[in-house]
Design a protein around this ligand. Structure first.
Ligand code: NAD
Length: 499
């Protein structure tokens, strides 16, 4: 496809498909082969302001739609995403680049999350409690908040919007959605299906464009009381700072530097499978990717050689071909960043065991491909062991014992996912207690979250909130405590308690 026959897409504001006010556009280009996927409105503050006004107006009716009815719309949406799973999966292999099985998993996660949140329409539980006074009734209820600004990254272009938009809607909020500029068409398809499912005009709006223009305006807009962002730590810090004047609810899901611990009693083949899947799945571009492997010294050499052999067997290519194991990285900037970390690792004195270069030949030159890379003899304080690279690079760190393994695993600024391979149940339980992360896996890699448990991290991975499961509802609602006195007389709490 060339630029001249690429399709042009629009923003969706107040129930209408519209161009950017400026008329400007940008292209979405496939990281796999350079194909132009589509042309999108390059929006500005003016477009955001229109979308926020539409969402604010729609909130007044939407918040009064009974929650089970809102859930039914999400249920229809989930069914539509199921019907479109194959075409969304194929589109994802082209626009984002991940391989077919993983793209299907990304779409499936949105299906699962939408069904789960549809069910929340009939729960949204509050509490009833006894009163300390006679003839008085106490309860708490969840209230919707208003317009939610949804800002998403490109690495889970269908799943992550569902983690945010499905709970926001079932709770009775309206949404202005800004997808990443690398994956606008998947964001667009997501909204088309919501509209087809019956979401009323103004309840969901999409505004395409960059973080500095569109995202930042959402963050600073006085009529957007909630911002939910998944992105890098640096973006999270900026967002929190820029939203401070309005004391917004800010929900941040940020970076990771996740580790797999392999103890000397582990099943090494199982550990190897978990490491390869966690380090090189999605070409290492997962917030939960295993970019560190902490290995007890007795099994270090054996595991390192198994890993190198497995990494060298992985086939790079376009995601839509069945025999591809590892797809491209998202864009040239990412490729250059990943390559620069290889140089940093070598300069720091780590041993490059395999990979460490841009992959070319066999059509790979048309896209952005990097060889799965493993560093050995890594010191836990090296930059390659501390900073998020977000590519197919992992660092092997040798440790003496369990206690050192836990210390090294925790010795980073992030706290998203963690994992331990061991057959010792006592050590497994100590790891579950002591690993400072939002997620711990035992005898599995660092990836594989399910939608009904809280998802998110400690320390610099976020700001204490969680996505998914019931925990997500706390982001998108305010609690109200209600006291009903049916005694017919003035009863003073904490004072008239003796009667
Ligand atoms: P990014 O921070 O560059 O961008 C994320 C989104 O924020 C994009 O839509 C971008 O346009 C927008 N944005 C950028 N600057 C902004 C600003 N000043 N104000 C408002 N919006 C702004 O991240 P990315 O490269 O798209 O994604 C990769 C990052 O996301 C990695 O750090 C990864 O770990 C993280 N991530 C975290 C999770 C999680 O759940 N913890 C999940 C996936 C990805």
């Amino acid at each position: 496809m060339t630029i001249t026959d690429a399709q042009t897409f629009k923003n969706f504001i107040g129930g209408e498909w519209v161009d950017a006010a400026s008329g400007e556009t940008f292209e979405s280009v496939s990281p796999a082969d350079g194909e132009t996927i589509g042309i999108f409105p390059k929006s500005s503050a003016e477009d955001v302001d229109r979308a926020v006004a539409a969402a604010k107006a729609a909130f007044e009716d939407w918040r009064l739609v009974p929650a089970p009815k809102r859930g039914e719309i999400l249920f229809r949406f989930a069914r539509l995403v199921e019907d479109h799973k194959d075409d969304l999966t194929d589109l994802m292999t082209h626009e984002m680049g991940k391989v077919k099985a993983e793209a299907g998993g990304d779409v499936q996660e949105a299906i699962d999350m939408s069904y789960y949140m549809a069910g929340e329409g009939r729960r949204l539980w509050g509490q009833t409690t006894p009163s300390e006074l006679k003839d008085k009734f106490n309860m708490s209820v969840r209230m919707p908040i208003g317009v939610v600004g949804v800002i998403t990254p490109w690495n889970f272009p269908i799943a992550i919007p569902s983690w945010k938009i499905a709970p926001a809607l079932v709770c009775g909020n309206t949404v202005v959605f800004k997808p990443a500029t690398d994956t606008p068409l998947l964001g667009e398809r997501f909204v088309e299906l919501l509209v087809e499912a019956g979401v009323p005009a103004g309840v969901v709006n999409i505004v395409h464009g960059g973080g500095a223009a569109v995202g930042d305006r959402l963050v600073r807009h006085p009529d957007v009381p909630v911002i939910t962002l998944t992105g890098s730590r640096e973006t999270g810090v900026q967002v929190m700072r820029n939203a401070a004047d309005h004391l917004k609810h800010i929900h941040l899901e940020l970076g990771g530097k996740n580790a797999i611990i392999v103890l000397d009693d582990a099943d090494l083949d199982l550990a190897m499978d978990g490491i390869v899947w966690s380090a090189f799945g999605t070409t290492g571009q997962r917030c939960t990717a295993a970019s560190r492997v902490i290995v007890q010294e007795d099994v270090y050499d054996a595991l390192a050689s198994k890993l190198v052999a497995a990494a060298e067997k992985l086939r790079l290519g376009v995601g839509w071909e069945d025999d591809t194991d590892v797809g491209p990285v998202i864009n040239r900037t990412a490729l250059e960043k990943i390559d620069s970390y290889t140089k940093i690792g070598v300069d720091e004195g780590a041993k490059l065991l395999t990979g460490g270069e841009v992959a070319t030949g066999n059509g790979l030159d048309k896209g952005h491909y990097y060889r799965p890379t493993i560093f050995g003899d890594v010191d836990a304080q090296m930059r390659i062991a501390q900073e998020e690279i977000f590519g197919p690079t992992t660092a092997l760190i040798k440790v003496k014992d369990f206690d050192e393994a836990i210390r090294v695993s925790n010795g980073i600024r992030y706290g998203l996912s963690s994992s331990i391979f061991t057959r010792d149940v006592n050590k497994a339980f100590r790891a579950m207690r002591d690993l400072a992360a939002g997620i711990t896996y035992v005898n599995a890699g660092t990836i594989g979250a399910e939608v009904h448990l809280p998802f998110g991290g400690t320390k610099d991975t976020g700001n204490g909130h969680r996505e998914a499961g019931q925990a997500a509802l706390d982001v998108f609602t305010e609690w109200k405590s209600i006291y009903v006195d049916y005694s017919g007389k003035l009863q003073r709490a904490q004072i008239d308690t003796a009667e």
